[in-house]
Design a protein around this ligand. Structure first.
Ligand code: NAD
Ligand code: UD2
Length: 307
C-alpha cells in the first residue's frame, strides 16, 4: 500500500479522494492552507499539514517519501480569479510549478486538476481533448498554463504527470454558503428552503455536471494506470444540462416551487460546456457516470443531515 500526498485535500474533491485512498488501505498526507477547505472534511487517519502550495519549502517537505501526489489545491472559482487575478495566479499556477519542481528529484508521479475552462467558448460540442484551447477567464488561462508546465515536467524532467480536465463537479461537501461555490450547491442550498435562486443570463447556458465519486474514480485511475507521456483527459459525462433545467430539477426534487431572479450574464461566462468522456473512459478504466438526478438526491440528503 502506498503513501499519497493530496494538495487541497481538505477541500470538496480532495476530501472525497482522501476517503477513497484510506478505504483501500493507502496512507494519506494532505497539504492545505484551509482557505476554502475544512479540517472537519478530513477523516482522522489523514495527516494534515497546514501550509501554502506556492511555498516551495512547504511543498518539498510534504512531498518527501510519497509514492504519488494528487495536486488539487487551487482557488477554484472563475469569479474569484476575475476579482483577484494576481492572487489566484499565485495559488493556481505558481502552486502547480512548486508541486512539479518538488516532484522532480524523485520523479514522483503527479495527477493534477485542470478544468474545462481551458476550452473557453468551444464552437464544437461535445468537446474532445483535441479541441483547441482558448480560455476566457484568468482561472482557465492559469489551468492551461499548468498543463504546459506539466508537459515540460514530463518531457524534459521525466516526472510522470496526468492532467484531468474536470467539467462541473458536484456532490456532498461542496459549500452551499459561498457565492464562489458551484451552481448546484448554491441552488440546492436555497431551493430546498423555498428561497429564490439567482440566474446569471437567460439560463440557457449548458454545463456537464459530473458527480464527485466519478471524479475520484478518474483520479485513482490516472494514478494507477498512468498512461505514458504527458496526457490530459476530460472528466465529464457527455450530457448537457441548462442552468434553468437544473434549477427546475432541483426544485422538483426538493418539492418546492421554483423562484428565480434573473441577472446579467457573468463577464466571460461560457455559453456551452459539454465534454466527450470516451478517452478517459478507455484510458483510465471508468464505469458509466452517475445519473444527475441520483447525484442531486445525494446532495439534498447531505444538506438535510446538516440541519
Ligand atoms: P475546494 O475549494 O473545495 O478545494 C481546494 C482546496 O485547496 C481547499 O481545501 C483550499 O483550502 C485549498 N487551497 C487553496 N489555495 C491553497 C494554497 N495556496 N495552498 C494550499 N491549499 C490551498 O475546490 P474543489 O472543487 O475541491 O477543487 C479541487 C480542484 O479541482 C481545484 O484545482 C479546482 O480548480 C479543480 N476543479 C474543480 C472543479 C469543480 O467543479 N469543483 C472543476 C474543475 C476543476
Ligand atoms: C468553471 C469551469 C469548471 C470549474 C469551475 C471552478 C467552465 C465551463 N467550467 O465552472 O470546470 O473549473 O469553474 O470550480 O469554465 N450560475 C448561476 N447562478 C449562480 C451560480 C452560477 O446562474 O448562483 C451560473 C453561472 O453563471 C454559470 C453556471 O451557473 O453559467 C455554472 O457556474 P459555476 O460557477 O458553478 O461554474 P463555471 O461553469 O463557471
Amino acid at each position: 500500500m502506498g503513501l499519497y500526498l493530496i494538495t487541497g485535500g481538505a477541500g470538496f474533491i480532495g476530501s472525497h479522494l482522501a476517503d477513497a485512498l484510506l478505504a483501500r488501505g493507502d496512507a494519506v498526507r494532505v497539504l492545505d492552507d484551509l482557505s476554502t477547505g475544512r479540517r472537519e472534511n478530513l477523516p482522522p487517519a489523514a495527516s494534515l499539514i497546514v501550509g501554502d502550495v506556492a511555498d516551495p519549502a512547504a511543498v518539498r517537505a510534504a512531498m518527501a517519501g510519497v509514492d504519488g501526489c494528487f495536486h488539487l489545491a487551487a482557488i477554484a472559482s472563475v469569479a474569484r480569479a476575475a476579482e483577484d487575478w494576481l492572487g489566484t495566479n499565485r495559488a493556481n499556477l505558481v502552486g502547480t510549478i512548486a508541486v512539479l519542481d518538488a516532484a522532480r528529484g524523485a520523479r514522483t508521479p503527479v495527477v493534477y486538476a485542470s478544468s474545462a475552462a481551458v476550452y473557453g467558448d468551444c464552437p464544437v460540442q461535445p468537446i474532445a481533448e483535441t479541441a483547441p484551447t482558448a480560455p476566457r477567464s484568468a482561472y482557465g488561462a492559469d489551468k492551461l498554463a499548468c498543463e504546459l508546465h506539466a508537459a515540460v515536467a514530463t518531457e524534459v524532467f521525466g516526472v510522470p504527470t496526468v492532467g484531468l480536465r474536470f467539467f462541473n463537479v458536484f456532490g456532498p461537501r461542496q459549500s452551499p454558503g459561498s457565492p464562489y461555490s458551484g451552481v448546484i450547491s448554491i441552488f440546492a442550498g436555497r431551493l430546498r428552503r423555498g428561497e429564490a435562486v439567482d440566474v446569471f443570463g437567460d439560463g440557457g447556458q449548458t454545463r456537464d455536471f459530473v458527480y464527485v465519486a466519478d471524479v475520484v474514480a478518474a483520479l485513482l485511475g490516472a494514478m494507477t494506470r498512468r498512461p505514458a507521456g504527458h496526457r490530459v483527459f476530460n472528466v465529464c459525462t457527455g450530457h448537457a444540462t441548462s442552468v434553468r433545467a437544473l434549477a427546475e430539477t432541483i426544485a422538483s426534487l426538493s418539492g418546492q416551487a421554483l423562484q428565480a431572479r434573473t441577472h446579467p450574464p457573468r463577464p466571460g461566462d461560457i455559453r456551452h460546456s459539454v465534454g466527450l468522456p470516451v478517452a478517459a473512459r478507455e484510458a483510465l478504466g471508468l464505469a458509466p457516470p452517475t445519473p444527475l438526478r441520483d447525484g442531486l438526491a445525494d446532495v439534498l440528503a447531505w444538506l438535510a443531515q446538516g440541519e
